[in-house]
Structure formats: C-alpha cells, structure tokens
Design a protein around this ligand. Structure first.
Ligand SMILES: *Cc1c(COP(=O)(O)O)cnc(C)c1O
Length: 234
C-alpha cells in the first residue's frame, strides 16, 4: 500500500500575484482618468517570512507595509541592509513606548492618530535626525474599537501635527468598516484631504483597492492578493 499523501501545502506564486495586482492598479487608474503610475502599491507583508517576501523584492517591489514594530524588527533590518532603496510603512497601531524603535526602522508612519503619539514622534525624529513621512489615520466609520482620529476632530489634529509639531504630514489613511460601502469612506477621506491641502490618500486593501483608486487613492495597501491567506495572529 502506498503511504498517505502529505497534506497539500498551498503554493503561492508571489511574483505572479504581484504582477497581476500591479496590472490591476494601473488599469484602475487609467479607467479613472488618472495616470497608470498615480497609485503606488504598499505590499503588506505582516505575518509573512523573509523567504516569502524576497520574491516580491526580486520582482522589483520596493514599498512594504507591516503592522507590528517588533515583528518588523525580526525581518526587515537584514532585508533593508541588502536592498537600500526599500520603503517600509508602519500601517498598524503605534504605542508610544515603541516610537523610538519605529522611527529607527520605518520610513513612513501611516497611523498617526493622537496628540501624545504625534508629540512623541516629533521629539524622537528630532533626536534621531530622521524625518519620516507621516499619514494621519482617520476613523471614517466612527467605530469605538478602531484607531484613528474621528472626522470632526481631524482638522484640528492635522493643524497640530503638521503646523505646530512640524511633522511631514503627507496625507490621510483609513480602514473602512467591514460591513459598509467602502466608497463612502474613500470619498470622505478624499474630502478631508482636499480641504486640508493634503495630496496623499492611503486607502484600499485586497478586496477594494480598485474602488479606492477610482476615489483617488495614491497608495493602496495589499497583502492577501499578493502573499496568499495569512495565519491569524495568535
Ligand atoms: C492587513 C492590512 C492590510 C492588507 O489587507 P489585505 O486584505 O490582506 O490586502 C491593509 N491595511 C492594513 C491597515 C492592514 O492591517
């Protein structure tokens, strides 16, 4: 009798997935009357190993997103040492006690969402002499459990972060509620950015990045469509 078969291991072709996502991004931009390169891809590599990430780097992808400072510290210093033009985005919540490590490792912080954090980032960037690009995370769905500045407070918060503290605020970021029409949230984010003179919009994930591009996204954050399904965090 032949031995039982090994359980099937899901084979993910990262390079092929990446190429397909990049083509879809360019097509969505053109369909929206924009230039094909107007929306950049942040490849979200949370929970993925360095071995899984490497094919994306080798295929030319340069922007990556991670949710957790400590997890990123485990894999990115070596990858960044080998590829000096990588841009690492923090897209998860940042605790003030991790600000020093975050400023040292990341290039963009997309989740600035409260005065205490904005002040800590400004101080730490001065100290390290590193000026990271920042995005203000907006809680467009006004969800109690979710991070982000609420829409009615965001103008004041942008003024604090950008004008008073001198952070390099490039734009806004949002994660729409799972059970709502994402386009309403994308439109709201765009409206807030326009009235505050901010040019960048980080919005859209695997399920809705094409819609986000239609609504003006300049960065889309895509994980599953490139790297396959994630194991959940323990
Ligand atoms: C995980 C994550 C993504 C990517 O989500 P996918 O559905 O896997 O594309 C994007 N943005 C944030 C903030 C995330 O936490």
């Amino acid at each position: 009798m032949s031995p039982p078969e090994e359980p099937a291991v899901e084979q993910v072709d990262v390079a092929a997935n990446l190429a397909a996502v990049l083509a879809a991004i360019a097509a969505a931009a053109v369909a929206a009357g924009r230039e094909p390169e107007d929306a950049a891809l942040v490849a979200v590599s949370k929970t993925q190993s360095a071995a899984a990430i490497l094919p994306a780097i080798q295929a030319g992808q340069r922007r990556f997103g991670e949710n957790r400072v400590q997890e990123a510290q485990g894999k990115w210093p070596a990858l960044k040492a080998a590829h000096n033009d990588l841009r690492l985005h923090l897209i998860g919540p940042l605790q003030t006690n991790k600000v020093r490590d975050a400023v040292a490792l990341f290039d963009v912080i997309e989740t600035v969402d409260r005065p205490k954090l904005a002040r800590a980032l400004a101080r730490e960037m001065d100290k390290q002499g590193r000026r990271l690009d920042c995005f203000i995370q907006v809680n467009t769905g006004e969800e109690e459990q979710k991070a982000g500045v609420w829409p009615e407070q965001v103008d004041d918060f942008i003024a604090l972060a950008r004008d008073e503290l001198g952070l390099s605020v490039r734009g806004l970021m949002c994660i729409p509620p799972v059970d709502e029409e994402c386009s309403l949230h994308f439109a709201l984010l765009r409206q807030i950015a326009q009235r505050n003179g901010l040019g960048e919009l980080s919005m859209g994930m695997s399920a809705d990045y094409e819609v986000a591009i239609q609504f003006g996204a300049t960065l889309v954050r895509v994980g599953t469509a490139i790297f396959g399904a994630r194991k959940p965090y323990p």
